[in-house]
Every structure is written in C-alpha cells, then in structure tokens.
Design a protein around this ligand. Structure first.
Ligand SMILES: Nc1ncnc2c1ncn2[C@@H]1O[C@H](COP(=O)(O)OP(=O)(O)OP(=O)(O)O)[C@@H](O)[C@H]1O
Ligand SMILES: [Mg+2]
Length: 300
C-alpha cells in the first residue's frame, strides 16, 4: 500500500528542500518514491535542478518527480460536471448552472479540493511512497480541514436532491413510466464517498505521515506551535517536527521555544553555508534525516 508523506511549515523554512531530500533517501533504500509538488509556485524542479512537468519524471533509480497543475485539473473536472448537468437540466437552468460551475472551478479553495481527489489516486498508486511538497502553512491547513467542511456541504446538497428524486420517482410512477435514476445524486454520493475515503487515509498514521518543518526563529516557532494545536483539533496525527537550518539558538526566547517543541523534534538539519540545489547536494542531507527515514521505512 502507498504511504503518503506531507511536509508542512511556514514559507521558506525548507519544505521543498527537505521533501526532495526525504524522497531521495527513500529511493536510495530501494523504495519506489514519487515526489509531487502541489505548491502553485512550483520549485521542485529548481531545487533538483532539472525540468519537472505534470507527468512523473525519473530523477534517479526509484525516484520520480512531478508538478501538479491543480488549476488545469479543476477546469477539466468542471467540464465533466457540466457534461452531466447538460443531460438532466432544462436549457435555461443549465446555463445558470454552467456559469456557477465556471465560477467555482476558478474560485478559492478549488486547488485544495482538486488535490483531495488526486490524493486518493496517489494513495492507490504503484509507488511505495508519495511525498508531497506543499505550499506554506495556510494552504496545507486549508487542505487538511477541507474534507470535513466539504462533507457537511455535500450532505446538505444530497438531502435537497433526495427530496427532488423522491418527487420524480412518484411522478414517474403516476405516469406509469420507469424511473431512470438521477446522475446528479449519483455524482454527489460518489463525491461524498471519496471525501470519506480521503479523510480515512489522512487520519490513519499507518497510511499518512505528516511532518512539520521549523527553523530556530521566534516567528517560525510561534507559528509551528499554533499549527501543532490545529492539527490536534482536526485529528491529523503529527509524526514529528524537523528542525531545519539549525544553529544553536543564542536568543533566550528562541531557546525557550525550541525547548518547548523539543519533545516533538525528530531531526535536526544544520544550516548549510552553500545554497542547496542539484541532486548531488540533496543526497548529502541524508545523514541528518536518518530518524525520519527509519520511521517511514518501518511503515511501508
Ligand atoms: N538546511 C539548510 N541550510 C541552508 N539553507 C537551506 C537549508 N534548507 C533550506 N535552505 C534554503 O532556504 C531557502 C528556502 O528553502 P525551500 O525553498 O526549501 O523552503 P520552502 O519551505 O519550500 O519555501 P516556500 O514556502 O516558499 O515553498 C532556499 O534558498 C534553500 O536553499
Ligand atoms: Mg517550497
């Protein structure tokens, strides 16, 4: 079964660098690994120093990387929904509905929703590990919280549609016709099932590992602590904090914050003097990540 790995954290803490390094180490241990960039400002290609596109590209043995174009996927999904609707709605209603779908697929939150659908595909893929390089904290948090929000919204739509379907069934009966089912209701039920499935995967620590990346800086640590609380609230188990760009904190405030977080820190990656890019440099971060890799490889 595919194990999913997420790295979250404030902007610039090293999520992309470390997701490349973790993916590299998993591949080096013989695990088939796919690194997926979900950040609209893709930078996996820059860090690996090679062209990465929307299809998995081989980086080294066992390691593939890709950049998801969530916007494009959402537009395609919008067209599919409209194809269902055009078959069942009267033309004037369809026109209004179609405008609504266009607004939704270009609206806020759609990237996260699209990603949820893709996560399910990845969870069933032939890879041993899929490592996600996500956008900064706000985006990741929205993504993790979305299944619950979507679920209640969908339930409401489903209930409304159900009463309509009941009525149509009765009308068909009265007319002595066969009732042919309702594609929109089927679509809503299928979507609700997908959301249930993704929630189960994300909340199951043997299927998903969520790590937070932090740096020894006051504002980063403050945000990390808040994020840990929010994860607990929404029931996503945290596997640990990776302290990146580590140098011994001289500031007492920072020292206290590091101490507070320390029970959750599972790896310290020291600050490198050089810029880290290219597979060769990425491969060298391995040693500091041994505990992370050990923990992951016992899972899949
Ligand atoms: N251990 C380290 N030592 C030195 N520099 C580092 C280290 N880790 C990351 N960096 C540098 O920090 C910068 C930000 O790293 P990276 O792009 O990986 O962060 P990010 O969290 O993905 O950022 P964003 O939130 O913008 O996506 C880069 O210039 C990277 O080379
Ligand atoms: Mg990044």
């Amino acid at each position: 079964m595919t194990h999913l790995v997420f790295l979250g954290g404030k902007g610039g803490v090293g999520k992309t660098t470390l997701s490349c390094a973790i993916s590299y180490q998993l591949a080096a241990r013989g695990r088939r690994t796919l690194l997926v960039s979900t950040d609209p400002a893709h930078s996996v290609g820059d860090v690996l120093d090679m062209e990465i596109g929307p299809a998995p590209r081989r980086v080294v043995d066992n390691l593939y990387a890709m950049e998801l174009d969530l916007e494009k996927i959402a537009l395609e999904k919008g067209s599919r929904v409209k194809n269902i609707a055009v078959k069942i709605l009267p033309p004037d209603v369809y026109e209004a509905f179609s405008k609504y779908v266009d607004a939704v697929v270009k609206g806020p939150g759609v990237d996260e929703y699209t990603l949820i659908e893709k996560i399910l595909d990845f969870a069933k893929s032939e890879f041993n590990y899929v490592v996600f390089d996500t956008a900064p904290i706000g985006h990741t948090f929205k993504l993790l919280q979305l299944p619950d929000l979507l679920k209640s919204w969908l339930d409401m739509l489903r209930r409304q549609r159900l009463s309509y379907v009941k009525l149509s069934k009765n009308v068909a009966k009265l007319k002595g016709e066969d009732y042919r089912g309702d594609p929109l209701l089927e679509f809503l039920e299928e979507t609700a099932k997908k959301i249930d499935a993704v929630t189960q995967v994300l909340k199951n620590p043997s299927r998903t590992s969520f790590f937070l990346v932090a740096n020894p800086e006051k504002v980063v640590l403050d945000e990390t602590l808040r994020f840990i609380e929010r994860l607990t609230e929404i029931g996503i188990p945290l596997k640990g904090v990776i302290m990146n760009k580590y140098r011994h904190p001289t500031n007492p405030k920072v020292r206290r914050l590091v101490e507070k977080i320390s029970p959750l820190i599972i790896a310290y990656v020291h600050e490198d003097e050089d810029e880290i890019y290219g597979v060769e440099k990425i491969s060298k971060i391995g040693g500091a990540l041994t505990s992370v890799i050990n923990r992951l490889t016992t899972l899949s």
